[in-house]
Structure formats: structure tokens, C-alpha cells
Design a protein around this ligand. Sequence first.
Ligand code: DGL
Length: 281
Amino acid sequence: MSPPVSPLATPMGHHVLVFDSGVGGLSVVAEIRARQPEAFLSYAADDAFRPYGNKTEAQLRARLPGLLATLVKMLDVDAVVIACNTASTTALPSIRAALSVPVIGVVPAIKPAAERSATRAIGVLGTPGTVHRAYVDTLIADFAPECHVLLQGSTRLVAEAEKKLSGRGVDMTVLREEIAPLFAGRIGADVDAVVLACTHFPLLRDELQASVRQSVKWIDSGDAVARRLASVLSDLGKQSLPTYDQTAFLIGPKPDAGRTKAFADYGFTRTIGLLASESGH
Ligand code: DGL
């Protein structure tokens, strides 16, 4: 992930909504801004329903299509990026069905991890929801059939990433406890590539790297999403740019200063709370 960059003073190009349960989608925003600094981004974080990783498929499918339809109507965007593995692996078809603009989702980076592992032992670090989904089993069967794959789900790491971006420190004891199962036992000792299958986790890359003794490649899907978005946008004629600032809309309580600064660091000059009733939820 590239460091955050500021948007151009006068953005051109398309208007894209990036959506996640919280700040995780900012790891994808960094990649989009690196590839397409001209894009005008709006961001929506579903603070009111986070974490997604401990919600059932039925709960996510009941909430997300309607919520995204409301946001797209309100913001009049050209495309949507679901910058959330948990939502993408669960509700992407129903979100697409509810929207009339292109929707790009995140696919856990199991294929590149299998390709880059020399030991054929890889880890998948996602939310509990994601690592237990049939979608991930299928990716493993299709793209990593010869690998030993260790799955680890964590919601505590989502909270640590939220804390870090709000200016509060990361609890390294929690972080080490959460990733320990990926490196335990004979197979764990061989793991040389870990899929960051939650968009919050690239935000903790430095801390993850500092917590393991063996050499590990931490692989996420942010750049793949940015590439896919660029290709989708190049096929779109419409360009509808708002006249307001690039804005982060947080569904739930009013954002505090730490949260506002986190979004400002990624080019969102305005962060506002959106009451659940305004978003239709
Ligand atoms: N950032 C999200 C993901 O990629 C979800 C985190 C959560 O709310 O549990 O899965």
C-alpha cells in the first residue's frame, strides 16, 4: 500500500463511492489515489453496524443492498467500490442487483499468495465471517490446491486498525495473540505468505511485519481493486463531479477529531456523521 496522498485541488474524472464497515477501505483508497489521482472519491463507513466480521450472511444481505442503494441515490456516483472482503464475499450479487452503476468488490488475494509462496504454506488472515465462507473455500480449491492453507479470523484486529487510525496506539500483545495460530506447528513454521483478507489489515502492515520472526509476504487486494476500477471507469462515458469537497460519510454518531483526521490523511477534506435514519437504516 502506498502512503496516503492528497487529492488534486480540482479533481476531474469520475465520482466513485468507496464503502466499508469502517476505516479499512482507506487501504484501498490509497491504492486508487496512487493509480488515479484525478478520481473524485466519496467514502461511506457503516460505523453503526461494525464489525461486519461477526455478522451472519443473512444480516449482511438484509442490510447492504438497501443501504448502498440509498447512498448511491443520495450521492449520484458513477461507480461503487465495496472495499470490504466480508461484504464482498457475502453480498456482492445482491448489492449489484440493487444498483444501476458498476460495482467492484474485493477478492481475497489467495491466487497471488499461492503464486508467490516458495514453501507452499500460506495463511489467510480475515474476519471470522470471511475465512469461514464457502467463497474462500472455492478460491483455495481453484487457486491454491497444492498449498497448505491456515485460516485465521479476527475481529480484534479490526478494532486495533480502527484505534490506530484514530490516533490511539496499537496493542501489540493483542496483535501477536491474534496472528499466532498462523505460525504455529510444523505448517505454521513454513508459512511465507499471508493473505490480508480484510481491508483493515494492510493498515497494520508495519505492526504485523514487526511481530513475526520468519520472513513473510503480506499480500492484499488493494492494487488489484484499483486496477479493476481504472478499467471499469475507462469504459464509462459519464463524468458527474460534485462541487463539494471529497467527503467521508460515517453512518452513526458524530465523528470525533481522531477519526476526522484519519479521513483527512487520505484526502477526505470533510467528514460528517450520517444518522442511521438518513441512510434509511
Ligand atoms: N474491512 C472489512 C473487511 O474487509 C470488515 C471488517 C469488519 O467490520 O469486520 O472484511
